[in-house]
Design a protein around this ligand. Structure first.
Ligand SMILES: [Fe+2]
Length: 212
């Protein structure tokens, strides 16, 4: 896909070609439905806080949902476990032992898109990872689009689908054309430096989640 937006402050910047991991993972388990209902109800209870003042032109809750709702706290833990298995570079301690970066949720919020609503291209630097979890949507709902990629790349939503990507990547959501709501629980991770200095010999390497 060609770039469809202008980033005026970046004029003259060099362009780099790099590969980045975008992980798409359906949440599995017998209680995913109940988990989704809980997330949805917590998003509705929290309600709209931002009055469409950010890139997301839709209902957007407070940014610290993980501090107030167990459902978001649990989601954060799942995302951290996935992120820990996706290092972008090898890391070692001063003594040369391998180490694994650990993360914490810096912010998390809920989004409800209705027909006609969109989210402009934006990114979440300097956070480490960003995620969206699809609480309720169908495959015809608006996808998550990564515009800065050589070949067109977008991810169709599916209830129970988690998408995790390096936070500095631009992403957007085109117009929601379905007549029903598109509900997402999303957030950002930052590095937990205290936990990250422990070598993996004393702090076991987190294995990739089942189904990898
Ligand atoms: Fe975003």
């Amino acid at each position: 896909m060609s770039n469809v937006y202008i980033k005026p402050t970046q004029e003259g910047w060099p362009e780099f070609i790099m590969r980045y991991p975008v992980k798409v993972k359906p949440l599995k388990g017998t209680n995913v439905d109940a988990f989704n209902k809980l997330l949805e109800s917590d998003i509705r209870t929290a309600g709209d806080r931002l009055n469409q003042s950010t890139a997301a032109k839709c209902l957007m809750t407070r940014w610290d949902m993980d501090q107030h709702y167990d459902s978001f706290k649990k989601l954060g833990e799942l995302v951290i476990n996935l992120a820990k298995t996706m290092p972008l570079a090898n890391a070692t301690n001063e003594n040369g032992d391998p180490r694994q970066y650990d993360y914490k949720v810096q912010d998390s919020w809920g989004l409800i898109y209705t027909k006609g609503q969109t989210c402009k291209p934006h990114q979440h630097w300097p956070h480490a990872w960003s995620f969206t979890y699809c609480v309720n949507a169908c495959e015809d709902c608006a996808p998550l689009v990564f515009p800065d990629v050589n070949t067109e790349y977008s991810v169709k939503p599916q209830t129970g689908q988690l998408i995790l990507w390096p936070a500095g990547l631009y992403h957007s959501v085109p117009e929601q054309e379905c007549g029903h709501e598109r509900i997402m629980a999303v957030g950002n991770l930052i590095v937990d430096w205290e936990k990250s200095v422990q070598s993996v010999t004393e702090y076991q390497l987190t294995p990739a989640p089942k189904g990898e």
